[in-house]
Design a protein around this ligand. Structure first.
Ligand code: 8DG
Ligand code: MG
Length: 321
């Protein structure tokens, strides 16, 4: 494969979670297929500059908040495409099809238009991941306080500004507990979060995840490096602390990873923090959604997303909210 094409692509997302899709116009390759707005990066142009130019040319808008998200490569029969995805959460102007293309606001969970360009399937999956990964904290908080905090987190009324509780991914991670205890807590978590958008992943124990009907599993780094094939019936994430681990997770095609520690953290006092510069540097060309972990507070969300993070993973800071 000789021809490599870089393109800047925009995920325009409204407050209600819907994203903007466009239908490729007649005369272009893959005419009639649906895609996210965007286009080829020109020689000497940065990905962000290309994004701004394409949004103006195709939609007549100006992005005022755009953060780098994922880079996905895909081999079409005649070329390799490198898609530089950005999340665009604010813009000026009302998007309209300046090239005569159809537009549609769509919920990533349930598209009513199609087909999508073949490169985009994993992107829709990634868009379904919440921005917060909350890690259980029973060992320190105690069972009663933890489950009270959990039920408050899934109750709509505590975040009235959003009109609904912010969905999050919940990780059962209680390394000191017996398997029986973990099973009981896992079932309790599923019961408390049933009917909400919260999904449960179980740390390390794939069999336990399946037994209790959790949505997925989260592999610690050592287990990640032993893993040669991801489970296909479960959501699957992993903990990473190095470029080598990140690369292995990408090769396995996991759904997400955490990268830590970003800042100094009480759970791993001896670990050297990465800082945002190294964090972003390691993720510059990374294809999976990444949660920043280690000393994170809810207020760090924008900072994290400006540095290629999908969102934040938190333990004590989340339950203190
Ligand atoms: N814009 C966009 N392109 C995508 C997506 N998925 C995907 O595989 N691609 C491919 C299709 C194209 O080969 C390439 C983007 O180029 P493009 O055709 O949009 O290029 P352009 O807007 O600069 O248009 P052109 O005038 O060069 O035809 O990336 C997507 O979601 N959005
Ligand atoms: Mg285009």
């Amino acid at each position: 494969m000789t021809l490599v094409v870089d393109a800047a692509v925009a995920i325009l997302r409204r407050q209600d979670g819907q994203v903007l899709l466009a239908q490729r116009p007649e005369g272009k390759p893959w005419a009639g297929w649906w895609e996210f707005p965007g286009g080829k990066i020109e020689a000497g142009e940065s990905a962000l500059a290309a994004l701004q130019r394409e949004l103006d040319e195709e939609l007549g808008i100006r992005a005022t908040m755009a953060s780098p998200w994922l880079l996905r490569e895909f081999d079409y029969p005649d070329r390799r495409i490198r898609l530089h995805f950005f999340r665009v959460s604010a813009w000026q102007g009302e998007p309209h099809g300046r090239e005569g293309q159809q537009l549609a606001w769509q919920s990533p969970a349930q598209l009513t238009v199609g087909p999508m360009l073949p490169a985009n399937a994993p992107i829709l999956q990634a868009l379904l991941l919440p921005e917060v990964l909350a890690i259980s904290h029973i060992a320190e908080m105690g069972e009663a306080a933890f489950f009270t905090a959990l039920s408050q987190s899934v109750t709509p009324s505590i975040t009235p500004s959003l009109g609904q509780a912010q969905p999050f991914l919940l990780q059962l991670r209680e390394k000191q507990a017996t398997p029986q205890q973990q099973e009981r807590w896992g079932l309790q978590m599923l019961e408390l979060t049933a009917g909400s958008a919260t999904r449960l992943v179980v740390n390390a124990d794939v069999a336990l995840a399946r037994r209790i009907g959790a949505h997925g599993v989260h592999l610690p780094a050592a287990q990640l490096m032993q893993c040669t094939q991801r489970p296909v019936d479960l959501l699957c994430g992993a903990s990473c602390h190095s470029p080598l681990e990140l690369e292995h997770a990408a090769r396995l095609g996991l759904d997400y990873v955490t990268l830590s520690p970003v800042q100094a953290t009480r759970s791993h006092p001896d670990a050297v923090p990465l800082g945002w510069t190294t964090f972003a540097h390691w993720l510059a060309d990374y294809p999976l959604p990444v949660y920043a972990l280690g000393g994170m507070q809810p207020a760090d969300m924008q900072q994290a997303q400006a540095h290629h993070a999908h969102g934040l993973a938190m333990q004590r800071a989340w339950w203190r909210e």
